[in-house]
Write a protein that binds this ligand. Structure first.
Ligand code: DGJ
Length: 544
């Protein structure tokens, strides 16, 4: 195997490509998808701003430096339709320009969140000229005919207006940013979904609900029968795997058909926005999802978003959207990210708890190191930038490790570890064993002498990256790692050397203490103490 020389060659490439005018793009590396910015892969060590912060450059002025000091390289920031098109056809991009200017001044990248027709289901960020013209931009309606503050996805005028504004935003970003690529990608709308019922009951929606299911959807179901999400496959097959018929005929008489109908129309809307904007400036686009609590009905949660049971509908309806991204505020982070990481869907986590939640660092490590995530961002990042605590330390490690993580994603040289939390917050903290290269690692989250969970156990975070045949970077906090050789040869593994240290700004390893005594329990294991995020450079060897 060729072991990558990290640093110099990638930097040279980046400089050579810097003058090219092209948007960032998604590229494959083995089984991973990465974002390539000016010819160089980038790991998004990110955080999402609270909803209102980016509407004021003056408010944000105090935060940029602190976000950078917290080791973020990317900020997720809303751009709202009402601010960029205050009167129909008159665009004002000053809020976007200020964001780009201030991000650049602080050496940060941006992911833009398009607060267009919908933000958390509702239509509160649309311009007043849209809000007030219910004739041209009809509302979704309840079964009793009452309107809700949600634009109907069925109205061509709404799609046209949102599409025009979104494409104008992309044209502006292209004009001001196609050489610098401060803007890396864009989220289309925010947490789409119908409330408080499963579907829109307006006249257009009622007519469409009685019409046949579009052939594009039934063809997709047929062509992907073997890989459909189990819930979708069961539902479709229970109705006889029909390839034509109304929504209730193909998907059954209950709420499920109404929710699938809703998902299809939201997906088509998002796809139309994506197509219009990619024609102007083809940067990566994604849609985020407000997850549903188990046992609730569609409408009690935002119905029809790209939820786990609706991924197939969104993939069929929105092929121009590059990926679907989960916002995760539930404790079962591990289960959720494993659903969204699919061969047709790279993982990106735009929101994952509020930034001060103690499990955020472990979640970041797991998403990036185990599931090759493009990036990770907790919510309300600026609310902790004065006292970043554990997240600042975790992001420091991810920043230092970034070139090694990027080189290892998708090629089987890395894994990451955190105890698994179930939906009811039960912690599964048994040790986890995985083979990475020529050694099998067992990672324990509680003290291996006394394996009883403490209040800190759930916050453990670990990542192991193979950098040579017997060389590994082991980083994080609150884990103990033992190892065994795999394959033929001597059956025991020992520590040749274990150094603590850090990577400097040029990516050069600066060694600290050599850890051959109590810190490795006299060579028995690698230990990353609880509460102390650190990197150890470890060389293993085999003996009989
Ligand atoms: C999820 C939304 O996407 C965010 O915009 C924000 O409203 C958070 N919820 C608040 O927790």
């Amino acid at each position: 195997m060729q072991w990558a020389k990290i640093g110099a060659s990638a930097a040279a490439l980046a400089i050579a490509a810097a003058a090219q005018a092209e948007p960032p793009r998604l590229v494959r590396q083995g089984s991973a998808t990465q974002i390539s910015v000016q010819g160089k892969p980038m790991l998004l060590i990110a955080g999402e701003l609270g909803n209102s912060s980016a509407s004021s450059a003056a408010y944000m002025a105090q935060h940029w430096k602190r976000l950078k000091a917290m080791h973020l390289n990317t900020v997720l920031a809303p751009v709202s339709w009402e601010l960029i098109e205050p009167e129909e056809g008159r665009f004002d991009f000053s809020s976007v320009d200020a964001l780009i200017r201030d991000a650049r001044a602080n050496d940060l990248k941006l992911v833009i969140l398009w607060f267009g027709a919908w933000k958390n289901s509702m239509s509160t960020y649309v311009p007043a000229w849209v809000k007030r013209d219910q004739g041209r931009f009809p509302r979704a309606r309840l079964p009793n005919g009452q309107g809700v503050e949600i634009l109907s996805a069925m109205a061509p005028a709404t799609l046209e207006a949102d599409q025009r504004a979104f494409a104008a935003l992309m044209a502006h970003i292209k004009a001001v940013d196609d050489r610098q690529n401060t803007v890396l990608m864009t989220q289309v709308e925010n947490e789409i979904g119908m409330l408080p019922v499963a579907r829109d009951y307006g006249a257009l929606a009622d007519a469409a609900f009685k019409a046949p299911v579009p052939a594009e959807l039934t063809t997709y179901l047929q062509q992907h029968r073997d890989v459909l999400v189990p819930q979708m496959k069961r539902l479709w097959e229970e109705q006889g795997s029909r390839t034509s018929g109304t929504w209730s005929e193909v998907f059954g008489p209950g709420h499920a058909a109404e929710e699938i109908f809703t998902a299809w129309h939201y997906a088509r809307f998002a796809d139309a926005l994506a197509r219009a904007s990619k024609a102007v400036y083809p940067m990566p686009l994604y849609v985020n999802v407000a997850l549903n609590r188990p046992g609730r009905l569609p409408g009690e949660y935002p119905s029809g978003g790209p939820l786990p049971h609706l991924i197939d509908i969104w993939k069929a309806g929105a092929p121009a959207i590059d990926f679907l991204a989960p916002d995760i505020y539930f404790p079962n982070f591990v289960d959720i990210v494993n659903i969204y990481k699919r061969p047709d869907n790279p993982l990106f986590v735009p929101e994952a708890n509020n930034a001060d939640h103690p499990q955020v660092p472990g979640n970041a490590f797991y998403a990036i190191g185990k599931l090759d995530a493009i990036g990770f961002g907790p919510f309300s990042i600026e609310s902790i930038d004065e006292k970043p605590g554990a997240l600042g330390e975790a992001y420091d490690l991810l920043e230092q490790l970034s070139p090694h993580i990027l080189a290892a994603q998708g090629v089987g040289r890395m894994s990451a570890f955190r105890p698994k939390s179930l939906y009811d917050e039960t912690l599964v903290h048994e040790p986890v064993t995985e083979t990475i290269g020529n050694y099998r690692f067992t990672v324990a989250f509680a003290d291996i002498q006394k394996p009883v969970a403490t209040p800190d156990t759930g916050n453990a975070a670990g990542i192991i990256i193979q950098t040579g045949p017997e060389d590994y970077l082991i980083a994080g906090q609150g884990i103990t790692v033992t190892f065994a050789p795999v394959g033929a040869g001597p059956s025991l593994a020992g520590i040749d050397s274990a150094w603590e240290g850090h990577f400097d700004a040029h990516g050069t390893w600066i060694a600290g203490r050599l850890l051959n005594g109590d810190q490795t329990h006299q060579g028995r294991h690698i230990q990353l103490p609880t509460g102390d995020f650190q990197i150890q450079k470890v060389r293993l060897y085999r003996y009989q």
